[in-house]
Ligand binder design. Structure first.
Ligand SMILES: C=C1C[C@]23C[C@@]1(O)CC[C@H]2[C@@]12CCC[C@@](C)(C(=O)O1)[C@H]2[C@@H]3C(=O)O
Ligand SMILES: O=C(O)CCC(=O)C(=O)O
Ligand SMILES: [Fe+2]
Length: 357
């Protein structure tokens, strides 16, 4: 678990602490983390292999159910997203992060905005900086793209909009499969799912860039966290770095397991709002990103959540017979506000009952 900061970094202007495109011979003190070796890191083999699920598998529901219960994360193949779109998106991501720092800062997040270039929101909880740069897109990318490329913003916007469109449909499909895998019927889902169809879903795209690092064991790309979404679909390029925390079980102690990059797959994470919706049956998964000594890693998170004004609480059918609702209902907006105040204590703060271990 991440340690709490001596001195939070919020409100420090980005340009004062962001390295110049990370051109360092060693890791400066500002980026040197002390508590990275809290749990062993194990190879993704045998029982520590993250489930890989073919979305056309006839046993899909059972496979998703097992993966969500045992891992809170799985990888998907045959998801229908064209490899060519992912290649074009990767090109645009390289295009953004290769820009000079002063150009990227023209598209910096303003304090009141979710979208733009800058530190990830959880950075404010740590006294050390992460070895990464981020660009968040919530709603239209147009305004920020125009700041980055005044004369050529449309190729970026076109790719992001195409990606957003197909990912919403995939996210909505997975959301329904996950609800089916909780034992709900199609009618239950029509009654209880906070997302009626894919146009309805709220979503955000997070582009992450992790430059090569001369001393990768001393720093972190993205500190350990759970996502606040129902689910997050993560695309990573061919450079490994994503790790998920597995709880202590009969196969070993608590440990970090690498989620290897498998070409043309997405990694699906259970987020806090699915933890709430399922009344704690599918737990959100703690994960983090490590950096590489030689290679530039990029990833794209697609965060799927309920419409902003819809309150999400445990689905009625999942609150009996053995337990009542464990969490009070919240909107995604309200929950993100709580996270900005409490970080990893936010789920605990909306608890109104006891979870079954
Ligand atoms: C919809 C969102 C999820 C996110 C906060 C945000 O408004 C946009 C950025 C997302 C992100 C990406 C990196 C990790 C994370 C915890 C963070 O600090 O910003 C997630 C947020 C989240 O899951 O709440
Ligand atoms: O880069 C990664 O592998 C993780 C990214 C992530 O967890 C996020 O964007 O929320
Ligand atoms: Fe995440």
């Amino acid at each position: 678990m991440p340690s709490l900061p001596e001195k939070p970094l919020s409100n420090v202007p980005l340009q004062l602490h962001q390295p110049k495109n990370f051109q360092f011979d060693s890791v400066p003190e500002s980026h040197a983390w002390l508590d990275l070796h809290d749990h062993p890191i194990v190879d993704p083999i045998g029982p520590d292999t993250v489930p890989l699920i073919d979305l056309t598998d006839p046993k899909l529901t059972a496979k998703i159910s097992k993966a969500c219960e045992e891992w809170g994360v799985f990888q998907i193949t045959r998801h229908g997203i064209q490899p060519d779109l992912l290649t074009r998106l990767e090109e645009q991501i390289h295009r953004i992060f290769a820009l000079p720092a002063d150009r990227k800062l023209k598209a910096a997040k303003s304090p009141s905005d979710v979208s733009g270039y800058g530190l990830v929101p959880i950075s404010s909880f740590f006294s050390k900086l992460m070895w990464s740069e981020g660009f968040t897109i919530s709603g239209s990318p147009l305004h920020h793209a125009q700041k980055l490329w005044p004369d050529d913003y449309s190729s970026f916007c076109d790719v992001v909009e195409e990606f957003d469109n197909v990912m919403r449909q995939l996210g909505n499909k997975l959301l329904h499969k996950i609800l089916l895998s909780l034992g709900l019927s199609k009618d239950d889902i029509i009654r209880a799912c906070p997302v009626r169809d894919w146009h309805d879903m709220s979503a955000a795209v997070q582009l992450n860039s992790y430059p090569p690092c001369p001393d990768p064991d001393r720093t972190i790309g993205l500190a350990a966290h759970t996502d606040s979404s129902f689910l997050t679909l993560l695309y990573q390029n061919s450079v490994s770095g994503l790790q998920v925390l597995r709880p202590k079980d009969h196969t070993g102690p608590m440990r970090w397991v690498t989620v290897p990059p498998v070409p043309n797959t997405f990694t699906v994470n259970i987020g806090d709002l699915m933890h709430v919706l399922s009344n704690g049956r599918f737990r959100s998964v703690m994960h983090r990103a490590m950096v590489n000594p030689a290679k530039h890693r990029i990833s794209v998170g697609f965060f799927c959540g309920p419409p902003m004004d819809v309150k999400v609480g445990p689905i009625n059918k999942l609150t009996w017979p053995e337990r009542g609702p464990v969490y009070r209902p919240v909107t995604w907006q309200e929950y993100q506000r709580l996270r900005r105040k409490l970080f990893d204590k936010a789920l605990e703060a909306i608890k109104i009952g006891e979870e079954i271990a």
